[in-house]
Design a protein around this ligand. Structure first.
Ligand code: SF4
Length: 280
């Protein structure tokens, strides 16, 4: 008999941006049979394997594209230069850029056009941050913590945008650190609502349960943020990408467990974890 109670967080799994992108990609695969993606279309290995089995081809550079290929731009978006390069190859472009990412890209461009020194709060290596950076004109600074701001030169005008999956507390801390650095500071909070809702869900689960299982790719930033948020709440967290990563020792002595999932985790993986736990 299973004495463990599961509390399923809501919302859970795919956000509207990822769902929209995957739907478009599946339609393109159905229509053209073979579609190229520049980098992984979603930070979830299991879902990528499923898409590869449908005809998706992963490449890292535009130079590797064959002529007249069908190219999918992932939800994280890309830079205007890459768009141009892809079009010059005669490719058909399927643009899966999430509207919330487009908003952050447009705000970065607007700020730079209006003479602000643009600061992007986020992970400098993340493709979304690179795509936002690529839309601004001139120099762009990427900061990950208030510490990065200490060495920041004072500027007349500083404009801030955020990676869409950033934690709100971190954006606030960085903005506070920037106040003494500038006479004019304009901030666009470009954290997307899907991210905020999932972080709030995790906080609630952390307070209501003895531990939270967060399901999501180990390369997924939004999943990592959920794990971070749960830990900050003092919660015992288990981060798994799929059901065979469930740790029996972690489950021991827990009678109520919360289930959360990153915005790039497909329903079929979440359901698999829930059924596996329900059978214990
Ligand atoms: S997490 Fe937000 S910004 Fe990222 S794809 Fe989903 S909806 Fe778009």
């Amino acid at each position: 008999m299973n004495l463990m109670k599961l509390v399923i967080g809501k919302p859970l799994g795919f956000c509207f941006g990822v769902k929209r992108a995957i739907d478009e990609l599946e339609r393109a695969l159905g229509r053209y049979g073979e579609v190229y993606a520049l980098g992984s279309p979603i930070h979830n290995e299991e879902e990528v394997k499923r898409l590869i089995s449908m005809g998706l081809k992963l490449i890292e550079k535009v130079e590797c594209l064959p002529p007249n290929a069908v190219v999918f731009i992932r939800a994280h978006g890309t830079t205007p230069e890459i768009f141009d390069m892809v079009r010059k190859k005669g490719s058909i472009v399927i643009d899966g850029t999430c509207p919330s990412v487009k908003n952050a890209q447009e705000k970065a461009r607007l700020l730079s056009k209006e003479g602000y020194n643009v600061v992007v709060v986020g992970d400098p290596k993340h493709p979304e941050v690179q795509s936002i950076k690529g839309h601004a004109l001139g120099e762009v600074y990427v900061v990950t913590s208030p510490k990065d701001v200490e060495a920041f030169p004072a500027k007349d005008k500083i404009g801030v945008v955020s990676q869409t999956t950033q934690e709100e507390g971190m954006l606030l801390a960085i903005v506070s650190a920037l106040v003494p650095k500038s006479r004019e500071l304009r901030v666009y909070n470009t954290i997307c609502k899907a991210t905020l809702h999932r972080q709030e869900t995790v906080k609630k689960l952390a307070s209501e349960t003895e531990g939270v299982i967060v399901i999501g790719g180990h390369n997924s930033t939004n999943t990592a943020k959920l794990v971070e948020v749960a830990k900050k709440e003092g919660c015992d967290v288990l981060w798994i990408a799929k059901s065979d990563e469930i740790d029996e020792d972690w489950l021991k002595n827990k009678s109520i467990i919360g289930i959360a999932a990153g915005a790039s985790t497909p329903d079929w993986l979440i359901n698999d974890v829930i059924s596996s736990l329900s059978c214990r």
